[in-house]
Design a protein around this ligand. Structure first.
Ligand code: EPU
Length: 335
């Protein structure tokens, strides 16, 4: 296992921010990970865990040991006629995993096709798209505490999943490395079509097979979301905010067309709509701009982490001034 010094993270983050890690290592196994933890301890280095780099804003310099687990095994734990239970190592590319499951006729992840990042990051922000959240398919999350090297295994209930939230983003933020995720998938083809663009396609073409649904999702994502390889970005830059019913009532009086989705704890707004209505699509803030097709995405044309954060602050401020709604940033700072 090689430990690199002053290692460029440029190609390891989808915003393509030029950033240098003081130390960088890619362990492949759990034994490697324990070795890395020892190395960090003996050299008094803080450990920074990097996944697929699709939800982070890098600073110019990242101190300590940046650790990116590359294990990508996928094992069947248990199988019945109806379902399969899998254990998947964190370094497996998320989209490749979704497509692999489809090739095996294991169903349930189609709506989450084409999401950038690795399997290990999926539970951290409870990735969700087109009416499905990954928490619905996860049965357990396994990992290791960075300070003690002790391993853990949490059931899905113990992960405190919520919209774009989990225990790993809260109390355990920066304290653990996720090594594998366990899923239960169905062997019976079933499709969930309950999201505007997919409903429209189903009206035109009839209900899809799971494989077709995954292709539709890929098509919709490709039509709205920029490909990080050609236009660096971190997907949705803000969470969709939830306001109280009373707040929504007063907002809708001022903005009758504002979309609102009732939730158990209030009404969820579409942050993309709020930003779009300000006329911000395509608006540049130095090297960083609001994407022309989806206002919730910031694209980076060569800017540093600070440029991305500055653009985000300006968008957030404009939204606050116009609607009185404070947006929460999705990508985490990596410094
Ligand atoms: N909208 C606009 N203008 C825009 C963007 C959106 O008016 O520029 C409106 C749309 O017309 C729609 C509403 O806002 O009425 C919601 O838009 P959309 O369906 O595109 O979804 P989103 O809320 O913008 C969320 C996720 C996406 C996920 C999609 C589909 C969050 C923060 N984002 O976006 O996740 O793919 O739903 O389920 O919840 C990601 O995390 O990187 C991501 C792309």
């Amino acid at each position: 296992m090689n430990v690199f010094r002053q290692y460029s993270l440029l190609t390891l983050n989808t915003l393509a921010i030029e950033s240098t890690a003081e130390y960088f290592v890619q362990p492949e196994s759990e034994i490697d990970i324990q070795e890395c933890l020892q190395f960090a301890k003996s050299n008094n280095l803080p450990i920074k865990v990097l996944g697929g780099g699709s939800n982070v804003v890098m600073s110019d310099q990242v101190s300590g040991l940046v650790l990116q687990f590359s294990g990508s095994a996928c094992d069947v734990l248990h199988e019945t006629e109806e379902s399969v239970s899998l254990k998947v190592e964190a370094g497996y590319s998320w989209h490749e995993f979704v497509m692999f499951c489809l090739s095996q006729n294991w169903f349930g992840l189609e709506n989450l096709a084409y999401i950038p990042g690795n399997v290990g990051a999926a539970p951290v922000q409870n990735i969700g798209a087109y009416g499905v959240e990954v928490k619905e398919r996860i049965t357990a999350v396994n990992g290791v505490y960075l300070d003690s090297g002790q391993v853990f295994s949490f059931t899905a209930d113990e992960c405190d999943f919520a919209y774009r939230e989990s225990r790993f983003k809260q109390a355990l933020n920066g304290k653990v490395l996720i090594t594998s995720v366990e899923f239960r998938l169905s062997k019976a083809p079933q499709v969930q079509v309950s999201y505007a663009p997919l409903n429209k396609m189903a009206e035109e073409k009839g209900m899809p097979t799971p494989g077709e649904l995954a292709q539709w999702v890929i098509q919709v994502r490709q039509s709205k979301l920029p490909d990080p390889k050609t236009l660096p970005n971190a997907g949705s830059f803000f969470k969709n905010p939830v306001v109280t019913e009373a707040e929504f009532k007063s907002l809708i009086e001022r903005f009758p067309k504002m979309p609102g989705y009732p939730q158990s704890n209030g009404v969820k707004l579409a942050a993309g709509w709020l930003i779009d209505q300000l006329g911000f699509k395509g608006r540049a803030f130095g090297p960083v701009a609001v994407h022309e097709l989806q206002a919730l995405v910031l694209v980076n044309r060569g800017g540093a982490g600070e440029d991305v954060l500055s653009a985000a602050r300006q968008v957030r401020q404009a939204v606050l001034e116009c609607y009185g709604v404070d947006l929460e940033q999705e990508p985490r700072l990596f410094s």
